[in-house]
Each structure stands twice: as structure tokens, then as C-alpha cells.
Design a protein around this ligand. Structure first.
Ligand SMILES: [Mg+2]
Length: 404
């Protein structure tokens, strides 16, 4: 059996952990630039505010709402705590996203029913982390995720018998399956496939014809045949990148360089976290007129060190740069990763003891006192970015989260 655990309105619940006075009030969490609601409490949802609603519409729909800016650093702290709590009850656990985990839901303590074990984790997380979560347990990941959604909020559902499974599937439209959107649903509709039960009971061959291999694999999962295993370890990265919007139009090369250094510093954190080095560094730029350019610089040796990557970034940016044009987005990319151990140093490696020591001091200071406490002076040209604590933690810095 597979379990799926999903925190209820995670960002809002996380804000309520540190601001208990937000409980029972309509709360909306805003994105980086404060422009739209990226998460809302049930109270705010009742007022008609949806994920993605712009703030100016949200305050009209819900004038009594409390709107707070997101703080992914805090959410990640709670996410780790949840992971730890689940791991005490079940193993292995897969960190699927910042607020969702899959786990193998087999053999709880002797004599304990599986459903009671699910309830125990749910209650443990509320107690230990202050977060309400919902759990679904079923024969496969796809089923578990579908069913946990039906039990929200603060629910737990364990589906062990087939009649119960069919009864739940019959109530869910196919679009509830993650991976089946409107377009795929439209292809199924002419065959009378509207509910998840219709999907599961359709001919496998027909599903494969209509929705290719992806759809067929979902069909297998809906029929209780696990396709995707629980992955406690993340698959190793091929490429790492950091970047995003330049928060406006940038023409000044000094400011472009400042962003480039900022993203390089963020990228280095990732290289350290994943214990990899890169053979090359790339910079890509999106320009306001729709054009985009990229530059790559091969490094003399695979590196994760600030001074070496900065040299690479300088060359790469120069190659991507177009004078007198306005840029809007930038990414710094490490396209050729190698495990930090197990590569050969060249005979001509530059003497690096001093710079190596400087890089290590920088990492140590920032680990102890907070990100970017010690950073390159080139980034002084971005005072607004560093004055705003929320900007220290862009969404893409949260490992395992794909959107926002
Ligand atoms: Mg959730």
C-alpha cells in the first residue's frame, strides 16, 4: 500500500503556525511581487478568491482578508519538520514537493490497523509542527493522491477493499487525476469516459491509443498496478540553474553583472547542496523585444568555487550581452555536472589554497548568520533585492517545488 500526505492550505497554515492570531480568519498568501494570491485559506476561498487572483481583485472579493507575503524559507523549515515526523512512522518516504510526501504504508506496529497508523501520523504532525494535513492510503500513488484530495481538510482515508475503491472512483471526474487536463479529458469524452471509474474500466488498449503511454500508465495505477515506485532519494541532477525576472527593465551592464553575481552565488549553494561541480557555466538573457541570447564558458577544471565560477560567469555574460538593449530575465546555468568526488584534477590546476579558504569562510559565515550576509560587493547595485527579506528566498530556491 502507498500513502500520500498533503498539507492543507500549506502556506496559510505555515503562517498560522507563527502568527496564531491568523486562525479562523480569511488569509491570503501573496507571491514575490505581491501581485497575486498564491495560496488562500478556506475562509478566503469561500469569498471567491482563487489561486492566481490578482491582489486588487482579491481585496474587493474579500476586504476583511489578511494578506501576507510568502516566505519560502519558513515553509521549507516546516516542510523538513513534516518529513521528519512522517519518517518516524513510515519508511521509505519520498519528498514529492514542499508539502506532499509519498510513503510505503505497509506493516505498521504489530496489531495496529493501517488506518489508525494513518490517523496517528496526521495527529502527530498537527502536534509536532502545528500543521493540518490529509492522508490517503491506497494500492498505488495515483489512487492515494486521488483519495487524499477527497478527504480534505484534516482527513484520512484508507482504501483497502475494491468496492470502496470503485465507489470513490465513480464520484471523481477524470480531470482530478494529476496528468489528465482538459485536453486529455476531451479526447476521452466521446468514448463515455468521464469518471475515474470509467477510465479504470476502459480497455487498456483504447487508453493507450487516446492518451499514449502516459495515459496508459495512469490506467495501470488506477487499476492497482504500481508503475512509479517510492523514491526516497532524488534522481541526480543533470543541470542546475538559478535565475528569473530582473524585476523590471535592465539596460545598465553594471546591474546586469550584479544579477549575474547574485544568481551565481545562489547556484553555488545548489552545487554544494547536491555535492556536484560543474565543467562549464552558461548565462542566458531574455530581452524585452522577445529575443534571447546565451553565452557559455568552459571552465579549466570542474568547480563549485566562487572565484572560478565568477570568472566563467563574466565570460559567459559577455558572450550573451547585447549593448543598448533592455533585458528582462536572466538565468545562470551549470550545464555539465559532476559528482564532487571522483573526477581528476589536471596537472595544471591553479594554486588555490587562499581562494579556497576565502570561499570556505564565506560559506561558513552565511550558514551561521543567514544567506547573503557575506556576498559579493558587485551585488550592491541591487539594494532593493537585498533589503526585502522575501527576496532572499525565491521559489526556485525551494528544492522539490516546481511552480510559483
Ligand atoms: Mg497541499
Amino acid at each position: 500500500m502507498v500513502g500520500h500526505l498533503d498539507a492543507d492550505c500549506f502556506y496559510v497554515s505555515a503562517e498560522r503556525v507563527r502568527h496564531p492570531d491568523l486562525r479562523n480568519k480569511p488569509v491570503g498568501v501573496l507571491g514575490n511581487n505581491g501581485a497575486c494570491v498564491i495560496a488562500k485559506s478556506y475562509e478566503m476561498r469561500a469569498a471567491g478568491v482563487k489561486t492566481g487572483t490578482p491582489i486588487w481583485d482579491a481585496v474587493k472579493l474579500c476586504p476583511t482578508g489578511v494578506y501576507v507575503k510568502r516566505d519560502f524559507y519558513w515553509y521549507e523549515v516546516l516542510s523538513r519538520k513534516m518529513l521528519e515526523a512522517v519518517s518516524r512512522h513510515f519508511s521509505p518516504v519520498e519528498y514529492y514537493s514542499i508539502d506532499e510526501f509519498f510513503f510505503r504504508a505497509n506493516a505498521p506496529r504489530a496489531g495496529q490497523r493501517l488506518h489508525d497508523a494513518a490517523l496517528a501520523v496526521r495527529d502527530h504532525i498537527l502536534e509536532a509542527c502545528g500543521l493540518p494535513v490529509t492522508i490517503g492510503v491506497a494500492r498505488t500513488r495515483t489512487l492515494a493522491k486521488l483519495f487524499s484530495d477527497t478527504a480534505k481538510p484534516f482527513g484520512a482515508v484508507t482504501v483497502t477493499d475494491r468496492d470502496h475503491e470503485r465507489e470513490l472512483l465513480a464520484r471523481l471526474p477524470v480531470t482530478e487525476i494529476s496528468g489528465v487536463g482538459g485536453r486529455r479529458a476531451a479526447r476521452l469524452a466521446p468514448y463515455g469516459i468521464r469518471t475515474c471509474l470509467d477510465y479504470a474500466q476502459a480497455e487498456g488498449r483504447l487508453i493507450r491509443q487516446l492518451l499514449t503511454k502516459t495515459g496508459y500508465e495512469l490506467w495501470l495505477e488506477l487499476n492497482g498496478h504500481p508503475v512509479t515506485p517510492i523514491r526516497p532519494e532524488r534522481t541526480p541532477h543533470q543541470v542546475l540553474a538559478r535565475g528569473g525576472s530582473l524585476m523590471g527593465n535592465v539596460e545598465d551592464p553594471t546591474v546586469l553583472w550584479a544579477w549575474c553575481v547574485r544568481h551565481t552565488e545562489r547556484l553555488i549553494e545548489e552545487l554544494h547542496f547536491h555535492n556536484v561541480r560543474t565543467d562549464a557555466l552558461g548565462v542566458s538573457l531574455a530581452w524585452k523585444d522577445g529575443e534571447s541570447t546565451a553565452g557559455v564558458c568552459k571552465l579549466p577544471v570542474p568547480s563549485d568555487r566562487f572565484d572560478e565560477l565568477l570568472d566563467g560567469a563574466r565570460t559567459a555574460l559577455r558572450r550573451a550581452y547585447l549593448p543598448r538593449k533592455v533585458a528582462t530575465h536572466m538565468h545562470v546555468v551549470a550545464p555539465e555536472l559532476r559528482r564532487a568526488r571522483g573526477f581528476q584534477l589536471s596537472l595544471f590546476d591553479p594554486p588555490n589554497a587562499k581562494l579556497d579558504a576565502v570561499a570556505r569562510v564565506k560559506t561558513a559565515v552565511n550558514e551561521r548568520y543567514g544567506r547573503f550576509k557575506l556576498r559579493s560587493a558587485s551585488t550592491l547595485y541591487l539594494p532593493a533585492v537585498y533589503a526585502d527579506p522575501a527576496n532572499n528566498f525565491d521559489i526556485c530556491d525551494v528544492r522539490g517545488k516546481v511552480c510559483f
